[in-house]
Write a protein that binds this ligand. Structure first.
Ligand code: XMP
Length: 219
């Protein structure tokens, strides 16, 4: 059974904390991205971790040169349990982030930081430029031994292929819920090390707790 990751893309701290507390019984991990961090500040990561006790992953899709990636990773992993980066920028940029994670892990081996690399994104436009190179990116993820990859629930056949190519990496997969991904098909591919990401279908629901419960039960 894969785990449930809540994509908490709300724009208000009060709402973010309310939803994360209400749903925490059913959610295994919380993903925070630019919407919430830009609407508040990076400290929101710690505040949500403190309130819920959940693992928090920052979805910053970091895609810069190694030295800039390093700075972003240092700041982010000071609070977050993991960081999402882009793979298309190449191995040196990804390694710069992995090196930062390793430094943190030396200091606190009990709470290892996770580096998660995007392969192919879940939206339609990803088929234009990302899909043609995504298998190579997934292969790089396996070679570099990043902890996880992001692969699309909107295309279960691609999800399966990318997971197989990246072999030892766990998968976090967006696309179920608002983007219309077929959870039944996705569940044929993912295992207990993986995560299904759900955002709007939970936080825009009039009862986020019930929606999170429903997804947890479906998983
Ligand atoms: P919804 O509301 O569609 O939220 O359930 C999905 C969440 O996942 C993010 N997202 C992605 N992140 N690679 C990523 O790293 C992807 O391919 C991808 N597709 C969606 C999106 O920003 C939102 O937080």
């Amino acid at each position: 059974m894969p785990k449930l990751m809540l994509a908490l893309d709300v724009l208000d701290e009060f709402e973010a904390i309310k939803i994360s507390e209400e749903t925490s019984e059913y959610v295994d991990c919380i993903k925070i991205g630019y919407p919430l961090v830009l609407a508040t500040d990076l400290g929101i990561v710690k505040r949500i971790k403190d309130k819920t006790g959940k693992e928090v992953i920052c979805d910053f899709k970091v895609a810069d040169i190694p030295s800039t990636n390093e700075k972003i990773a240092k700041l982010t992993l000071n609070y977050a349990d993991g960081i999402i980066c882009q793979g298309f920028v190449g191995p040196d940029s990804v390694k710069a982030i992995m090196d930062v994670a390793k430094e943190y892990n030396k200091k606190d081996p009990k709470n290892p930081k996770k580096v998660i690399m995007v392969t192919e994104m879940s939206h339609g436009g990803a088929t234009s430029f990302m899909q043609p190179i995504a298998n190579e990116i997934a292969k790089m993820a396996g070679d570099l031994k990043v902890n996880g990859i992001v692969a699309p629930s909107t295309r279960p056949a691609r999800l399966k292929e990318l997971k197989e190519i990246a072999n030892n990496a766990f998968v976090i997969s967006p696309g179920v819920g608002a983007q219309g991904g077929d959870l039944k098909e996705v569940l044929k591919v993912l295992d207990e090390n993986d995560y299904v990401i759900v955002g709007r279908a939970i936080y825009l629901n009039e009862n986020p707790k019930e929606s999170a419960k429903k997804y947890k039960e479906l998983l």
